[in-house]
Each structure stands twice: as structure tokens, then as C-alpha cells.
Ligand binder design. Structure first.
Ligand SMILES: O=C(O)C(=O)Cc1ccccc1
Length: 297
């Protein structure tokens, strides 16, 4: 069973269908924390959640829920293009209210200003929650994933709506810690480090990656919600924890930030980006091991 951020008809459902085998049961949850809780408790084996968008950035609910509570580890990612459909009840009158997930609304602001300038814009928990609410008569229109019309009998007012062409959203499939996916040569590793309050800690973290030739693909900070000024750094980098250079770098991050949580090493959805010179790390580790055993110099 695979939990996903629902209800039925979200972009996340679309992403989850890409991972799941045809016989896998997909179970919708109305919030990201609820989908993750299902995987944590063992009610489902996995959970699929949105993590970031190329236009709006991180999905805070996912970031916070992965850094807190029982650990979960990503085993796969998916990147989906996002274009929206605007849906309304058949035979609707003037559109006075339009609803969607905040990430969706942020990506259609110009379209709304041009086509529905007087409509009140309302945030909902997800794009599909907005479609469901339109069906229930709570709002007049929803900005939804194109698949939503398969689940909710609504009229399509517009398709292919997006202020920014080629916007993409990245999703993760997570599960409790277990055997890691095998390295593929095009992997990503995610960690979250809670930074101790000292001078230069962020520079130290970045230097550990740079001096090993490791490509940082993302860094985000979020408050820990404990003390003002206390932050977590979410770091994504190219490579797999089983590679010596990446493993070395993660150990170094842990030395700087004892509160470092491993969030997974998994194949990248879109291969590319420089790969660190793994062979040099392997050769250096073998050389060191020989030296230590008195077999080399
Ligand atoms: O609400 C959804 O459909 C989601 O899966 C989250 C989301 C919202 C906006 C763009 C991409 C994903």
C-alpha cells in the first residue's frame, strides 16, 4: 500500500501512480503529515509527497514533517511538469471565488488577474480539495491538476494554465529506514542538519562538499520552531551515500552538526549534473588501507 497526499486527483496521485505497480493499492490522505504518518505507523509501506516546485520552492509541510518525528528515508523521486486546469460546476454563474493549493495559486496569479480579476482567491489543502469543494458548492472554481476532472464531474473552463511555462514539481517516495536503493551512478542524497549556533557553521558544511568535489543541488533553511534564529539546513547533493566521497562528506557534516538526519540516497528522476570523481576516492581509500596494514607507502 502506498499513501499519498490526496484526495484523489492531486498531482501527487499522478506522481504516486508512476511509482506504483498496477496491483499496488494507493491510499489518499488529506494532508502531507497524515500521509507520512501512515508510512511511519506501518499502515502503508510507502508515502508519496510533494517536496519542491521550480516556481514556488519548497513545500514547507513536507520539509517540517521529514525533519521531525520518526525518521523516514526517500527511496525514489519523480519530477512532473505542472500545468493547471480551471474547473467549475456545470451551468455555473459568475465566478466569484476561485480556490486551490497555495503553490498552484502562486503559479497562476497572472492568469487569474487577466481572466478572473474580480474573483476572491482562497487557499485549500490541495488542488483536488479545491475541486471537491467546488463540487460541494463551497467555491465557484478550482485550479486543479488535469486528472481531477476524472474524479469530480466538473466543467473545464481552461486547460494548460501556467504563468511560467515548464514549471515542475518534485515528489518523494519515503518509507521507514531499511535497505538503501542500490547506487545507479545518477543518484541524489538528501540530509537535514540542525545548525549549532556558532560562527561559520554553514560555510563549514559547504566547504566539506566543495573540497570533495560534491555538487550541491539544493540548500534550504527552515526555522526549527524552537528558538528564534535556530535553523535547519536541508541539503541535496549529487551522489549516493555508499560512494566513499559522499559517505566521507556526510560524516563530516555530522561532525559539524551532530543533529544530522539522513533523508535518503535514491536515483535522480532527471539524470544529469557533474558526478564527483568516485574512482579517486576509492583509490585513495585503498591506498590508505594498504598504508595502515603496512603494505603500502
Ligand atoms: O495539491 C496537489 O495537487 C499537490 O499534489 C500539491 C501540488 C500543488 C501545486 C503544484 C504541484 C503540487
Amino acid at each position: 500500500m502506498l499513501a499519498y497526499f490526496g484526495p484523489q486527483g492531486t498531482f501527487t496521485e499522478q506522481a504516486a501512480r508512476g511509482f506504483a505497480s498496477p496491483q499496488e493499492e494507493l491510499v489518499p490522505f488529506d494532508t502531507v503529515p497524515a500521509a507520512l504518518a501512515a508510512a511511519r505507523s506501518g499502515a502503508t509501506q510507502w508515502a508519496c509527497v510533494p517536496v519542491e516546485n521550480s516556481v514556488e520552492g519548497a513545500v514547507p509541510a513536507t520539509m517540517d514533517a521529514l525533519a521531525e518525528g520518526e525518521p523516514l528515508v526517500a527511496v525514489a523521486e519523480a519530477v512532473l511538469p505542472v500545468r493547471f486546469s480551471v474547473l467549475a460546476r456545470p451551468g455555473h454563474g459568475r465566478v466569484r471565488t476561485v480556490a486551490s493549493h497555495p503553490h498552484a495559486l502562486a503559479q497562476v496569479r497572472h492568469w487569474l488577474a487577466e481572466h478572473l480579476p474580480s474573483a476572491e482567491v482562497v487557499s485549500t489543502a490541495s488542488t483536488a480539495a479545491a475541486a471537491r469543494a467546488v463540487l460541494n458548492g463551497d467555491f465557484d472554481a478550482a485550479v486543479s491538476a488535469p486528472v481531477a476532472v476524472r474524479h469530480y464531474p466538473l466543467e473545464v473552463l481552461a486547460t494548460d494554465v501556467a504563468d511560467v511555462r515548464d514549471a515542475k514539481t518534485r515528489f518523494l517516495v519515503v518509507r521507514p529506514p531499511g535497505a538503501l536503493p542500490e547506487p545507479t551512478g545518477h543518484d541524489r542524497t538528501s540530509v537535514v542538519c540542525t545548525a549549532p549556533d556558532r560562527v561559520g557553521v554553514l560555510a563549514d558544511l559547504l566547504a566539506e562538499l566543495a573540497l570533495r568535489g560534491i555538487n550541491l543541488t539544493r540548500i534550504e533553511s527552515r526555522p526549527t520552531k524552537g528558538r528564534l534564529g535556530e535553523y535547519r539546513f536541508y541539503i541535496d547533493l549529487d551522489g549516493h551515500v555508499s560512494e566513499p566521497g559522499v559517505g566521507d562528506a556526510l560524516a563530516a557534516l555530522h561532525r559539524h552538526c551532530p543533529e544530522t538526519r539522513f533523508l535518503g540516497s535514491y536515483p535522480k528522476a532527471e539524470p544529469g549534473g557533474p558526478v564527483a570523481g568516485n574512482e579517486e576516492f576509492v583509490a585513495a581509500a585503498e591506498w590508505l588501507s594498504d598504508v595502515r596494514r603496512g603494505r603500502g607507502a
